[in-house]
Structures are given as C-alpha cells and as structure tokens.
Design a protein around this ligand. Sequence first.
Ligand code: AMP
Length: 218
Amino acid sequence: MRVLLFGPPGVGKGTQAKILSEELGVPHISTGDMLRAAVAGGTDLGKQAKAVMDNGNLVPDDIMIAIVRDVLASARAARGFILDGFPRTLPQAQALSRIFADLNIHEFRVVDISADDEEIIRRLSNRLVCPKDGRIFSGETDGVSPGEPCPLCGTPLTQRDDDREQTVRERLKIYHHTTAPVIHYYKKSGVVLSINGTGSVDDVKREIKLMLRQSHTA
Ligand code: AMP
C-alpha cells in the first residue's frame, strides 16, 4: 500500500494519515512532522526551516527532495507508506517519479482530499496538537483548549505557530498557486482518488478506504 495524501493544509491529511497508517499497518511519513522534529531538535535543517515555516512558505525543493529520498529508501518504508505533505511543487512531483523509478515502485495512489477555504480557516484556528506524539485535536469537537492536557497522554496541548489566521491565509494562497496544480501531473496516469473532506473524520476515513479497495481491485 503506497499512498500520497494530497490536499490543502488543514483538510485532515495528518489525521487521516495517522488512522490509515495504524489500520493498514504502513508507516505515516509526514514531511511537516519531520521538519517540526528538526526545529524542536535545533538541528541545522530545523534552523533553516523554522522561519520559512512560521511564515507559511515552502522549504526549498532540494532540501525536501533529499529528505524524502532518504526516508523512502529506508527499511521503514520498504513495505509501503502513507506520504503526507509531499509533493507540494511540480519539481518535487517530478523528483518523486525518479525516486519511485530508482526504488522500483510502480504501484501507488494519490488521495486528493478537498474542502473550501473558509472551512479550512475555521478548522485550523481550532486545531490543537499534542507535542508528544503529534496527535491532532479540535477545540470545537473535542472541547479542548491550548494548555489543557492531551486526552490520551496528559501532555499540555499547543497550537502550531503556523495555524494563526494570517499564516493560514498565506499557506492557502501558496497551496492554490503552487501545490494544487500538481494534481494534473498525476491525473493523466489515472492514480488520483478524489475525496470530499468536509464529512466527519470517520466518514472521510471510510470513503478513503473504500476508494482504495475499489481502485486496487479494478
Ligand atoms: P504540514 O504539516 O504538511 O502542513 O507542513 C508544515 C510546513 O512545513 C509547511 O507549511 C511548509 O513550510 C513545510 N513543508 C512541509 N512539507 C513540505 C514540502 N513538501 N515542501 C516544502 N515545504 C514543506
């Protein structure tokens, strides 16, 4: 099972990726999580990435491509993966095709989740993260606030710096201008599964699993 999760920030890629990863038994590879770990660890990559991420901009392609090449070539990804947050530009998509060719990967699906901008701004301004394991909660539906304990492990929940409304608007602008057109790169090879991301977490998960099953038996 090799899946690329595609869609705007805040559409639920991270939430769905975590669930699918557990249920399908393949690792969740999130470029955003990897960058945030580098920022938290104070590595050279983290220092370079922090200002870019805080402004809602994209980290340069060459850096991202090298990171993804390494992780996909590792033993961890050998039996499949859910790739979340990559590719975000056409050069990244082209590089991923070369990486797949080098690794002899021919079978994969792109799950394209959509939601409108106002829904995304509402969701992200309510989004809280457990800094311990990256689990995502909603102030709205889970009834939690920043600083309150994670319902699962008790670590105080935080809001991501880039979930401030102004930064979210910038991230959406970049998504529409640079990332959304990348889907055309995949549409011509018939690997795209389009999912409406406005339902409940459970409904969206069921829809993704159904479409993945149908596309593998088609
Ligand atoms: P995410 O958690 O996927 O929303 O990513 C958070 C931030 O990390 C993005 O807003 C970008 O600044 C950076 N980032 C993550 N993945 C990529 C990528 N594939 N290309 C460039 N920047 C990325």
